[in-house]
Design a protein around this ligand. Structure first.
Ligand SMILES: [Fe+2]
Length: 508
């Protein structure tokens, strides 16, 4: 049997190694996860924790050995890969195993074993071979899971679906609380330190519905702002809370904790210059998916008076016409443009954190009314992207977003505010899993003043299911009222279809 794995790094050999660990509690209370589905590999993840109430998860400062197994059946009768890995306290006793030499488009089951205790069994799936003809791709699109504002009931439903992957586009944790909406507690104040962020992830990861969804499917992740702080921009945060230097230190702690708790690739470990989150996935000749990082490299939101982060409603602001603003940073923007141009897949899916289509509300002086944290606040960056799609006549481009806490279906024009400009791409934005949305009164104003917003509802929470075939892409918006309770039932709020070769969603 091949022990095909790569380990994170040489563990700290000065630390003692526990030869035969024994646990008083279940050490797998944070569950298991898989991610980064490639044709021959996936990443497996878990984090050992003996006692969530104790610093360091109640584990000693020592290396703890685990066994991992990958099987072709749920009962582990046909184990095809296995090995051992050390949980290092420097990584919060989290482990990740990049399992190679797997079969493309294949279903596998996996588990970890430590101290005679087996983890929950996870199920995952590799991507098809790069040149494969693929009949169907099915994804769930989710974002914005504020733990205090509701139950992760949608994850329970997603866990039951037959999916290729979950695409999660940010706000996996929330740093902050809102006293108006508090059905359960974050257990601590807003995290500032590595220990604080680790504890915040431990709170979220103990949710059984979230665990079930991770165990059922591989996840592909982008992050947004709340993994660090609301509306942060690059290395800039809220100066009222922290000095610029202190913000950068906190961002590093947040990035490290994010890495420790997600099934990211080994080479995504944060370093002194940040972490490469943007990535590309491929399902044979059917579809490519670019996952974007809209936080780490963005310029500060406009009209804040300099290097200050923070989103605001703006309308009269000369800087909005400035062409210097960037959402992705120069390198990532070039990478995306080049990838879109040369992609071999029929569908070009772009997963990113927020809404690309404009609000469309006119301000008092006729200038567009915008919320400066979204793409509306980075109009030059949006214009460059849309112009690239239009100039190169790129077909079947579909943006998949989140962040704004409403289900949206929209058509994207070569020029965002020109109703005569050609429609060049489609957009679906998923509502939040739990987090409260903006008032429906404002939503109805947006709907009535923007012909390109084909659907938008902020009163319901949920997720989207996206089905892709050669001929068309179908999107089902699943939803339930606010707040989401454990027994809430989801219903279909809307259905849309995009036909290959014709930009723009059509209601079904
Ligand atoms: Fe959010």
């Amino acid at each position: 049997m091949l022990a095909a794995q790569r380990v994170l790094s040489a563990p700290n050999t000065r630390l003692p190694r526990i030869a035969d660990p024994r646990f008083g509690n279940d050490p797998f209370a944070l569950g298991v996860a898989s991610g980064q589905p490639r044709p021959q590999s996936v990443v497996l993840w878990t984090r050992l924790m003996a006692d969530p109430a104790q610093p360091g998860g109640g584990l000693p400062r020592a290396l703890v050995p685990l066994t991992w197994q990958v099987a072709e059946d749920e009962a582990f009768a046909r184990i095809v890969r296995s090995g051992t890995v050390l949980a290092d306290p420097a990584q919060a006793h989290s482990v990740r195993v990049q399992v190679d030499h797997l079969r493309p488009a294949w279903r596998y089951w996996y588990r970890f074993l430590a101290g005679g205790i087996a983890s929950p069994v996870g199920r995952t799936r590799t991507a098809p071979a790069a040149d494969a003809a693929v009949d169907r791709l099915r994804l769930a699109l989710a974002s914005c899971q504020h733990y205090e504002q509701g139950w992760f009931t949608a994850h329970r439903e997603i866990a039951e679906l037959d999916l290729d992957a979950v695409v999660f586009v940010g706000d996996y944790i929330y740093d902050s609380s809102n006293r108006r909406f508090r059905l359960r507690s974050h257990e601590a104040e807003a995290p500032c330190t590595l220990d604080g962020f680790r504890a915040r992830y431990a709170t979220y990861k103990r949710d059984p519905d979230l665990q079930a969804c991770h165990a059922a499917h591989p996840w592909i992740l982008a992050w947004d702002d709340h993994e660090v702080r609301n509306d942060y921009a690059g290395t800039f945060g809220d100066e009222d809370e922290l000095s610029p230097e202190a913000f950068v230190r906190m961002r590093s702690a947040a990035y490290q904790a994010y890495f420790e708790h997600q099934p990211l690739a080994l080479d995504q470990m944060p370093g002194p210059h940040g972490v490469r989150m943007h990535d590309r996935f491929r399902w044979g000749r059917l579809a490519d998916l670019w996952m974007l990082d809209g936080r780490q490299y963005r310029s500060p939101q406009v009209c804040n008076g300099g290097q200050v982060a923070g989103g605001h409603v703006r309308w009269h602001c000369p800087a909005l016409t400035d062409d210097q603003g960037t959402m992705l940073g120069t390198d990532q923007e070039r990478w995306l443009q080049g990838g879109l141009r040369s992609a071999g897949g029929r569908w070009k899916l772009v997963g990113q954190a927020t809404q690309v289509s404009p609000w469309g509300l006119p301000g008092p002086d006729g200038q567009p009314l915008v919320y400066s944290d979204g793409w509306d606040g980075y109009p030059a960056a949006r214009a460059r992207l849309m112009a690239h799609i239009a100039t190169h006549r790129l077909e079947n481009v579909v943006f998949l977003g989140g962040d704004v806490h409403r289900h949206v279906a929209a058509q994207l024009r070569a020029n965002a505010h020109d109703p005569q400009a050609p429609i060049v791409a489609s957009e679906f934005v998923t509502s939040s899993l739990t987090t409260a949305g903006i008032p429906e009164t404002l939503m109805s104003l947006i709907r009535s003043s923007n012909v390109d917003i084909l659907h938008a509802r902020s009163d319901e929470r949920g997720y989207m299911q996206v089905d892709v075939t050669d001929r068309s892409l179908h999107c089902v918006a699943r939803a339930t009222g606010f707040p989401v309770l454990a027994h809430s039932a989801l219903h279909t709020q809307a259905r849309f279809r995009v036909e290959a070769g014709r930009a723009g969603p059509q209601r079904e």
